[in-house]
Design a protein around this ligand. Structure first.
Ligand code: 5GP
Ligand code: ZN
Length: 119
């Protein structure tokens, strides 16, 4: 992942603008949600900031409410997906060691089966 990648080359900015079509499940002025193209679990959605922030490591203090809102939106969508009582996982990969591939802040919302915890 290249944190210096420009917004114009960013796949998630292109999905936000509609240049790359995707099935948007939720959208507001700050956050949008769509299915991961390579789902690892029965429900695997991406909760993405409208603002291009390369990773969690690059968020400013002023972005704290935005990250809180991403969690709130993830919870709302998880409930809509029937996961609220079954359980689900929110994951943010930040940087190479975490396996971050797309340098635009996003949260994975995963569930729909019992998840493993192996590292
Ligand atoms: P990361 O590894 O950066 O945390 O996760 C990036 C995720 O974005 C991966 O799970 C990958 O499958 C997904 N992804 C990458 N490109 C696209 C795309 O063009 N469309 C969608 N829907 N997902 C994508
Ligand atoms: Zn972007």
């Amino acid at each position: 992942m290249n944190p210096k990648q420009s917004k114009t080359d960013c796949v998630f900015c292109k999905i936000a603008s509609g240049e790359i079509p995707s099935k948007i499940l939720y959208r507001d002025e700050d956050v949008f949600v769509f299915p991961d193209i390579n789902p690892l679990t029965p429900v695997h959605l991406l909760v993405v900031s409208m603002k291009h922030i390369p990773s969690l490591a690059y968020m400013a203090d002023a972005d704290t409410p935005l990250v809180g809102k991403m969690v709130a939106v993830a919870n709302k969508v998880a409930r809509e997906q029937g996961l609220a009582d079954k359980g689900y996982r929110l994951t943010i990969n930040s940087g190479a060691d975490a396996g971050q591939l797309v340098p635009h802040l996003h949260m994975h919302l995963m569930g729909g089966r019992r998840l493993r915890w192996e590292h």
